[in-house]
Design a protein around this ligand. Structure first.
Ligand SMILES: Nc1ncnc2c1ncn2[C@@H]1O[C@H](COP(=O)(O)OP(=O)(O)O)[C@@H](O)[C@H]1O
Ligand SMILES: [Mg+2]
Length: 312
């Protein structure tokens, strides 16, 4: 079976010299719910944008590839790329207003997103749990609260039952008390449509609760991936372990809250070795060279320590 998404050694540089992705690799099967976590600047949004060929013109892919259903996204002609985005991909971003056209009534925008497919506009607004779909349909985006606008953006992203939904911090700008409800909407619509979710987030507990798989990013690479229970319950990469220890709940029993000492890197070219080595409590001399991918069962770890542990 062809995986629905393959990110294969992807490296992306921005015009200002920043290397946002430095050989990121991730393979996703149909129907998986994948949480992509990592500190701000680790490359999550760049990876999410690359999936849809949505990188800004200031970004350049210097190596690697992204394939959706085996088709290399960045080699598609404009017409085929538009068709891919329209028919098979959905995107939800942190700021819902950015996904909506300020000059057009909401109902008309949802109708356009449906492109004549089944279901009427009001039922699609009802499915995202908007309490008065008819009123929302008549409104312009600026007349909606952030939570309502995000529900509309979700209705539009899911209108054509995409194969992959990329949700980039979809609740980060929303009030805490509605976040869970918005996530319920995303996950239940995706489950009903068989949509694969890539949820980019730095909220580890939320991601751990809902996702089947976790990919941890650091310095523009996926440094660990595996089941949510495995990765968060028994991290193999020292960065994952540090992230888990830094979760506020981890200090619930009166322990001191650990934060990870040092700053995440801003790369301006390929990292010579492991990008986490300068902050890593377990670094070896070896870590000055790039770590190989170590695969053990469903776990993939990019760490010299993991190589030593499995005796290679
Ligand atoms: N449009 C851009 N122009 C220049 N640098 C960028 C741009 N977008 C992101 N970056 C840089 O690329 C790196 C990765 O950023 P990003 O993909 O946004 O990570 P995350 O979503 O994990 O915070 C960061 O160092 C960030 O400052
Ligand atoms: Mg981001």
């Amino acid at each position: 079976m062809t995986p629905v998404l393959e990110v294969d050694g992807l490296a992306v540089d921005y015009e200002n010299g920043v290397r946002a992705l430095d050989g990121a690799t991730l393979t996703v099967s149909a129907g998986e719910t994948v949480g992509i976590v990592g500190e701000s600047g680790s490359g999550k949004s760049t990876l999410g944008a690359a999936v849809g060929g949505l990188l800004p013109s200031s970004a350049r892919i210097t190596s690697g590839a992204v394939r959706v259903d085996g088709a290399e996204v960045h080699r598609l002609r404009p017409k085929a790329l538009r068709a891919l985005r329209r028919d098979r991909l959905g995107f939800v971003f942190q700021e819902p207003i950015g996904s909506l056209d300020p000059t057009m009534r909401v109902g008309k925008q949802v109708a356009l997103a449906l492109r004549g497919r089944g279901g009427d506009v009001l039922s699609h607004l009802d499915r995202v749990r908007l309490s008065d779909p008819a009123r929302v349909a008549r409104a312009y985006p600026h007349q909606l609260s952030g939570g309502m606008a995000q529900r509309v953006a979700i209705a539009m992203a899911m209108a054509c039952e995409p194969e992959i939904l990329v949700a980039d911090e979809p609740t980060a700008a929303l009030d805490a008390q509605i976040r869970d409800d918005v996530l319920d909407v995303i996950f239940s619509l995706a489950a009903a449509a068989g949509t694969t979710i890539l949820w980019l987030s730095h909220d580890l507990p939320a991601v751990g609760k809902r996702c089947s798989r976790i990919a941890v990013m650091y310095g523009g690479r996926v440094v660990e991936s595996g089941t949510a229970a495995g990765v968060f319950g028994a991290p193999r990469h020292p960065y994952t372990a540090a992230l888990v220890a830094a979760v506020p709940g981890a200090a619930a029993r009166g322990e001191r809250l650990t934060s990870i000492p040092g700053q995440p890197p801003v790369l301006t070219g390929p990292a010579d070795g492991c990008a986490f080595a300068p902050r890593c409590p377990d670094a070896l001399d070896l870590c000055g060279s790039r770590p190989p991918l170590v695969v053990a069962g469903d776990r993939e770890v990019l760490c010299h320590r993991a190589t030593v542990a499995v005796g290679r």
